[in-house]
Design a protein around this ligand. Sequence first.
Ligand code: NAP
Length: 286
Amino acid sequence: MNPPILLNGKAISEQIKSKISEELKLRVADTAPPTLATILVGEDPASATYVSMKIKACHAVGIQSRSVTLPKETTTEELLKQIHTLNNDPNVNGILLQHPVPHQIEERACFDAILPEKDVDGVTTTSFGKLAMGKEAYFPCTPYGMILLLQEYGIGIAGKHAVVVGRSPILGKPMASMLTNLDATVTLCHSKTKDLPDHVRQADIVVGAVGKPEFIKADWIKEGAVLLDAGYNVGNVGDIEISKAKEKSSYYTPVPGGVGPMTIAVLLLQTLYSYQSKFSPILRAK
Ligand code: NAP
């Protein structure tokens, strides 16, 4: 068997960011650059770090940011008001509401208040519906980042059996829809799935989207499988026992440096698309 190939999300994300930067340099003089509005509610340090990484990445490619920070006591109504203000601001091209919000807030209602034309993080029910129906939309950044990685490395998806472990609305479920649109045969697993290792053993493509460190064991992996690890857990480890599992794989994403940087690159790309008044292209098998 050939040695496993590392899917270098860091390098591919840099290429995407360079293209965005180049494109923005061609902008007509005197026109405002794109603007991404970020909303951070509360004091979760991990969320604050993610938001500041995203803002930094925006600035590096020439996207402006508008940063809204709200106290942890914020109510659903107060957050909705902020979202409506940003929806109505013609200078804001994209809105990112950092997940998770404090427990008293109805997160789904707030996500769904974001205009689909500004939903560059791909979190609204409308965007998900469009994705599921095979239409153009803004896609959830992490799963779309994984699809772009597969495409960049020329890894075939059509006819493959993909097993996605985790079904959250921003990660596992849309990943299953994307893979389905690209003609994979998909098994979507979750906490009630019986005989999980047996499902994973069937997989040509394994997606770790659980949020439990090294939960997917090396001995569940079929020889030659492609391993995509979206998990990011304390200690810089993913959801797949990658140090051993990669030896059985054909391709694998490292943690860090795999899926994480692609997530940010997709956010920037979709902000650019919104600025250009277009959506991400329809995902369908060629
Ligand atoms: P989440 O909302 O907590 O969802 C976790 C999913 O895992 C749920 O669908 C849950 O099933 C499933 N699950 C839990 N225990 C399981 C078990 N024993 N067997 C099978 N499935 C099980 O998490 P998330 O937001 O999707 O995030 C998942 C991971 O991805 C986290 O590590 C997170 O940090 C990472 N992440 C990374 C990025 C990035 O940019 N790299 C972005 C987003 C998330 P039920 O539905 O049945 O409860």
